[in-house]
Design a protein around this ligand. Structure first.
Ligand code: KIV
Ligand code: NA
Length: 268
């Protein structure tokens, strides 16, 4: 049997080889990623990337469970972490625990991720003490986009940088096994990475982190528009467009289906 990457394995990678993480939402893509990634994150970005929502606020527990189940059916080796959606963990710790346990039971994922706003450290501690591996998420927090005024890099002022650093420290002290650091300049990413004993996993946060994560559809080039921090390793949008155009041409010209692509009745 294949030994699966665990939360302690990830924590132990601090200062060693960089941690490779991508988001995953579907079984076929997860099957490919499983060969190459240490962590697959069922991100609530699924709401925007797959379901066309304007932000992640509308993502539900049910959406996370469905995509978590799909990814878990294909994941054999990589650790699978699943985002707790907006509204499922910011209230009472007991409620956060019930929702985290439900996500883990119904999907089989090994960990949950929460966006570490100022009040979340106590909840992280509550979950970890009860056996749930938790990944934190500081800096640009997509679920806070409605009060923050959009998807903008964070840590522009010294005050904001100090707050983000404190949130990262509180997240680590609460027992998170790793922390996503999103949308901050290199200096702050390095400061956070040095200040905490658990690995930082950066997105738009420089090479100063202990690992990297990207939204898989972004790095595969499935969209016209990609943010500055994304490197496009593929052009899936171009590939899909070419393939669909060729199919449409063939159907219109009656070139598809051809003789090899049809069934034949038995003679007699
Ligand atoms: O939802 C998501 O995809 C994320 C990662 C990009 C960190 O939270
Ligand atoms: Na997320």
């Amino acid at each position: 049997t294949i030994r699966r990457v665990s939360a302690p394995d990830i924590t132990a990678r601090k200062g060693a080889t960089p941690i490779v993480c991508l988001t995953a939402y579907t079984a076929p893509v997860a099957e490919i990623l499983d060969e190459h990634c240490d962590i697959m994150l069922v991100g609530d970005s699924v709401g925007m990337v797959v379901h066309g929502l304007p932000n992640t606020v509308g993502v539900t527990m049910e959406m996370m469970i469905l995509h978590g189940q799909a990814v878990m059916r294909a994941a054999k080796r990589a650790m699978v972490a699943i985002d707790m959606p907006f509204g499922s963990y910011e209230g009472a710790p007991e409620e956060a625990y019930a929702n985290a346990a439900r996500l883990m039971k119904e999907t089989g994922a090994q960990a949950v991720k929460v966006e570490s706003g100022p009040t979340v450290a106590a909840t992280i501690e509550y979950l970890v003490k009860r056996g749930i591996p938790v990944m934190g998420h500081v800096g640009l927090r997509p679920q806070a986009t409605l009060i923050d005024g959009g998807f903008k890099a964070k840590g522009k002022s010294a005050e904001e940088r100090a707050r983000i650093l404190e949130e990262a420290k509180a997240t680590a002290a609460a027992g998170a096994f790793s922390i996503v650091v999103e949308g901050v300049a290199e200096g702050l990413a390095r400061e956070i990475t040095q200040a905490v004993t658990v690995p930082t996993i950066g997105i738009g946060a420089s090479a100063g982190c202990d690992g990297q994560v990207l939204v898989v559809d972004d790095m595969l080039g499935l969209f016209d528009w990609t943010p500055k921090f994304v490197r496009r390793y593929g052009d899936l949008r171009g590939e899909i467009s070419k393939a669909v155009a060729a199919y449409a041409d063939d159907v219109r010209a009656r070139r598809f289906p051809g003789p090899a692509e049809i069934y034949y009745a038995k003679a007699g």
